[in-house]
Design a protein around this ligand. Structure first.
Ligand code: XMP
Length: 325
């Protein structure tokens, strides 16, 4: 029978056996899978592990800083911070199509990953937070026909873009490959990952870039980041964070008329998307207290310059999707 403790003991032994004295690279996203993986590998091989965090500029307010501070100062797992904010934004300038946005962000991710792994390397192994459902989905596509070894042809970064360049075909370490999400959470908790990361809401790889409909700009990113912060801040204050599968703000690229003081305003609307779900495949819009909606709306309109209206999305999935792009 599966227990967290036997899993930890066996996988740490296995990692040591596989890796020997070689170096391992891990692309950290801050989510529960890659964070659990980082803890597990650090426990097994210490500073033979290098963690790299690529900041695309599309994360929530304060999250990149928080991630680096948590890992470097509290967990004492060194993270190489890569600031990609300008180059990612430059890649999607003028892009309005959602899939095109995802593709461009994904390709830039591969380019940055390639540059940085060369700069920090060489590495023999790439650690990936592949889970059991991912193994099933990708079937045998990652197995080297000659050696039977699983090799990296893709980076699991939530960006389903083509393959890795040939010179980057690391051998893989995937200690979570037999686990389901709830088991990863158990392992994460058992190995000391704080609840803040273990039970964090899912967040898409392209981040806020796909929550700004149409063209993304730094002005719009700032607006959405501030509005999104208010949403999270208020649901946490209300003690309701865990009542939602996801809870976030979306910025629409239209303007409407409002009034503030004795002045007419003409600014963007923010959509609130608060949903409940078991697995993200289907979802329902949440029925939070009106008081909570009121507080969020008031704060956003008062505190976030550039927004003069807040609307609530009452569409379930299907037929809607969770994200707006
Ligand atoms: P949808 O919008 O398809 O979202 O109902 C289902 C779940 O997937 C997340 N999502 C993504 N995650 N990259 C990701 O890593 C993406 O491009 C992406 N698009 C959607 C979404 O947040 C929800 O949890």
């Amino acid at each position: 029978t599966w227990t967290t403790q036997t899993f930890l003991e066996q996988s740490i032994a296995e990692i040591r056996e596989t890796v020997g004295d070689k170096r391992v690279l891990l692309a950290l996203s801050g989510g529960v899978d890659s964070s659990t993986l980082a803890f597990l590998l650090h426990e097994a091989i210490g500073d033979q592990l290098t963690c790299m965090f690529i900041d695309q500029g599309f994360m929530r307010k304060g999250e990149p800083e928080r991630l680096v501070e948590l890992f470097n100062n509290q967990f004492h797992i060194n993270v190489e911070y890569v600031n990609g904010r300008d180059r990612f934004l430059a890649q999607i300038e003028g892009v309005t199509d959602p899939e095109e946005k995802r593709r461009k962000i994904g390709h830039e991710f591969i380019r940055v990953f390639e540059e940085e792994s060369t700069r920090l390397g060489p590495f023999d192994y790439l650690a990936q937070g592949t889970l059991y459902p991912d193994v099933i989905e990708s079937a045998d596509t990652n197995v080297d026909p000659k050696t039977g070894e699983r090799v990296a042809v893709k980076i699991k970064s939530h960006h389903n873009v083509g393959g890795l360049p040939k010179n980057l075909r690391f051998k893989l370490v995937e200690p979570l490959r037999k686990l389901f999400k709830d088991e990863v959470r158990k392992v994460g908790r058992a190995i000391g990952l704080p609840e803040e990361i273990v039970s964090r809401h899912p967040f898409p790889g392209p981040g806020l870039a796909i929550r700004i409909l149409g063209e993304v700009s730094s002005e719009k990113l700032n607006i959405l980041r501030d509005a999104d912060f208010v949403v999270r801040d208020e649901i946490k204050k209300a003690g309701m964070y865990h009542d939602f599968w996801q809870a976030f703000a979306v910025l629409l690229p239209v303007k409407s008329v409002g009034v503030m003081g004795d002045k007419r305003t003409y600014a963007y609307p923010i959509v609130l998307r608060l949903i409940t779900s078991e697995d993200g495949m289907t979802a329902d819009w949440a029925r939070p207290p009106y008081d909570l909606l009121e507080t969020i709306s008031n704060r956003i309109v008062n505190e976030v310059k550039g927004v003069n209206r807040v609307v609530y999305d009452i569409t379930s999935k299907p037929p809607g999707t969770i994200e707006w792009e």
